[in-house]
Design a protein around this ligand. Structure first.
Ligand SMILES: [Zn+2]
Ligand SMILES: [Zn+2]
Length: 369
């Protein structure tokens, strides 16, 4: 995939040696005291917010480009935002608000959108894992926005039933893939033109490394790219925070006083039990977060590398679990390459893998049948 600008190898070498020392004064405005080290230097909170807002605008400009060039119809865009209650998706909701217009905002006798707005309507999609308490908390936060709220529920009982037969890595992979699939299918059913996810560069780096470890290379481009066409181009998945680290997100959320929900997921709970329970995802997450403390550019470097991955694009085979492109040959070569668990016991034949499944879902579900 190309982001429009060729990525220079020397960028990545330079990024890896970014200073971790906080300067006294903000590198951008040279007035306010610096508060956080970023790839752009030591910034104050106002300059960090401006920098993140610019990244979001750049992402939105890319959506508009085909229309500006007259290569697409000009009917209004509509948006779904995947919201978990966590800091990244909460910040995304806040930043995207000025880009959604309501009918009341339109000047009298003018039927087009306000000049600053891009989306004629927005809605929130939330994946519930079955806890009524957390669902209520998430809804309360989402009430800060006047957007329709759509809850979809993970088939928790099925996942729990399967959990006994799965190792921790496989269970987490399956949950993530199912959740992603529910979100994209719901957005498609709701007929929106764009779906936004609040994945940060840290999340993209973790997904890239963990994805490679479980053999998800075939559709890794789709899993980490900033703009991904889905459902024959009827829906575009956008990750506008893919160049913002989770540390920067956490800092901004605190500075802006935004309410977020702490949702204890399997990973959080597994961490308390030890490395083996954490699975590949958890171990990679711990590794990347640790690395970022010493080398703040880590996630950006991995993300830039992942941005070079190609998208599969139109394909006739889509995975029946996660909806991502599936390689028809996945089941035949997975035996040779995957690091699917710490104690490998890969004794099923290719014919035992349900079809069509992508490589990572095939690995995750191989012991359920
Ligand atoms: Zn500043
Ligand atoms: Zn899949």
């Amino acid at each position: 995939m190309s982001c429009g600008r060729p990525v220079d190898e020397s960028d990545e070498i330079a990024l890896a040696s970014i200073s971790t020392t906080l300067a006294k004064t903000c590198t951008k405005c040279s007035i306010e005291p610096a508060q956080i080290v970023t790839l752009a230097g030591s910034l104050c909170s106002a300059c960090l917010k401006a920098s993140v807002t610019t990244k979001l605008r750049t992402s939105l400009h890319r959506l508009e480009a085909p229309r500006r060039l007259g290569r697409a119809d000009k009917s209004p865009f509509s948006l779904a935002i995947a919201f978990s209650g966590g800091p990244a998706s909460r910040l995304l909701l806040e930043l995207i608000r000025p880009h959604v217009y309501t009918v009341e905002e339109r000047p009298l006798h003018y039927r087009g959108p306000p000049s600053h707005a891009l989306f004629a309507r927005a809605q929130i999609i939330y994946v519930s894992s079955g806890s009524a308490v957390i669902d209520d908390q998430v809804k309360t936060v989402a009430n800060d926005f006047d957007y329709p709220f759509c809850t979809v529920t993970l088939p928790v009982e099925a996942v729990e039933l399967a959990a006994n037969a799965l190792d921790p890595s496989a269970k987490m992979t399956l949950q993530k893939n199912l959740s992603r699939s529910l979100i994209t299918r719901t957005a498609h059913e709701q007929g929106v033109t764009h779906l936004m996810m609040g994945e940060t560069s840290t999340g993209v780096a973790i997904r890239t490394i963990a994805g490679m470890s479980v053999g998800a290379g075939f559709n890794l481009g789709e899993q980490v790219a900033t703009h991904v066409p889905l459902f024959n181009d009827k829906l575009q998945l956008v990750r506008p925070l893919a160049h913002v680290s989770s540390r920067e997100v956490a800092f901004l959320v605190k500075q802006l006083g935004l309410r977020t929900i702490f949702v204890p997921n399997d990973l959080t709970m597994a961490k308390a039990k030890g490395k083996k329970e954490m699975g590949i995802d958890g171990t990679v997450e711990e590794f990347v977060l640790g690395l970022e403390q010493q080398f703040p550019a880590t996630s950006s470097v991995v993300g830039r590398t992942a941005a070079k991955l190609s998208l599969c694009g139109a394909t006739s085979t889509l995975c029946s679990v996660c909806g991502l492109p599936a390689d028809a040959n996945a089941s035949t070569w997975r035996h040779a390459t995957a690091l699917s668990s710490f104690t490998e016991h890969d004794d099923l034949t290719p014919s035992e893998i349900a079809s069509p499944l992508c490589y990572s879902c095939g690995i995750a579900t191989r012991k359920i049948a």
